[in-house]
Design a protein around this ligand. Structure first.
Ligand SMILES: Nc1ncnc2c1ncn2[C@@H]1O[C@H](COP(=O)(O)OP(=O)(O)O)[C@@H](O)[C@H]1O
Ligand SMILES: [Mg+2]
Length: 266
């Protein structure tokens, strides 16, 4: 099963959700691939693959665009084996990818085709999407056909979601055999000032209770990422934040809930 973690907005927790959902699924014994489809490379950089991002020989650019050195058959060339799960890292060159995907006949379908042709035998592929609408974000929706929406519970979340729902409708109209299913919404940084209880209710009304997941605003989330892992491989003692242990355990429970829900849907 593939899951796109998508929202055309920066800072809502896409990368955090991608890393921790991939970490949860891996911790539960699954073979997992995380694809960093954001040219800004948040997931890649946060997990410590700066050299790949800056200087790696090949990039999604080469696999997905017609002009690159590789073809849609070569996604495997990009895969790096992380401690917790495999990764298709992003690359600085991917900033130039979108304009090619716009003009190429099968540009939006390229990621789907590349994943279909990559015989990686993964149980789950998690795609961390870019913070804008465009062919990379569309490509991730099309490739996964399942989407998890990370969001803050604030007043503009509703507009952001409506825009994304419209985009999904447009894609489904254009590609007749494509049907994008909702995996749920992840409300990030719950408890931070300015977060509205009303919006939490709106999410529950819109998605139903068992499809809304709430992640508290805790530094342990960020400390794990500073440690270059999900909360599952995070060792607070080793990182110098021994007081994080209880919150780390609680966060593991939260991300396990999302992972169990994903397993149920697959
Ligand atoms: N539950 C949380 N508690 C505290 N900080 C969080 C939480 N979720 C995300 N963050 C922080 O918020 C910032 C944006 O998150 P990120 O996952 O990079 O968003 P996006 O990928 O959508 O741009 C990061 O600095 C991240 O560490
Ligand atoms: Mg990101």
């Amino acid at each position: 099963m593939r899951v796109d973690v998508g929202m055309q907005k920066g800072g809502v927790g896409k990368t955090t959700t991608s890393i921790n959902l991939a970490g949860a699924l891996a911790d539960r014994g699954h073979d997992v691939l995380a694809v960093d489809a954001d040219p800004q490379g948040g997931l890649t950089l946060k997990l410590g693959y700066r050299d790949q991002y800056r200087e790696g020989e090949y990039a999604l650019y080469d696999v997905l665009s017609d002009i690159g050195e590789l073809t849609l058959n070569d996604l495997g060339e990009l895969v790096v084996h992380g401690n917790e799960f495999d990764i298709v890292p992003s690359h600085i060159r991917n900033f130039r990818l979108e304009k090619h995907l716009y003009s190429e006949a099968r540009g939006v379908e390229a990621l789907k085709l590349a994943l279909d042709r990559h015989d990686g035998n993964y149980d789950y592929v998690i795609i961390d999407s870019p913070p804008n609408l465009g062919p990379l974000a569309d490509g991730a929706l099309l490739a996964a056909e399942n989407v998890l929406f990370p969001s803050h519970a604030n007043t503009i979340a509703k507009d952001s979601l409506e825009i994304l729902f419209d985009e999904i409708d447009t894609l489904e109209a254009k590609f007749e055999d494509v049907n994008v299913s909702t995996v749920g919404a992840v409300l990030n940084e719950v408890g931070r000032d300015g977060v509205s209880a009303e919006m939490e209710e709106w999410f529950i009304d819109t998605f139903s209770e068992e499809y809304v997941f709430q992640i508290p605003d805790w530094a342990a989330v960020e400390h794990a990422i500073e440690y270059r892992t999900s909360v599952f491989a995070y060792n607070p003692d080793d990182a110098g934040y021994s007081w994080d242990m209880d919150k780390t355990e609680a966060l593991r429970d939260k991300y396990n809930e999302i992972a169990a829900h994903v397993e149920d849907l697959s």
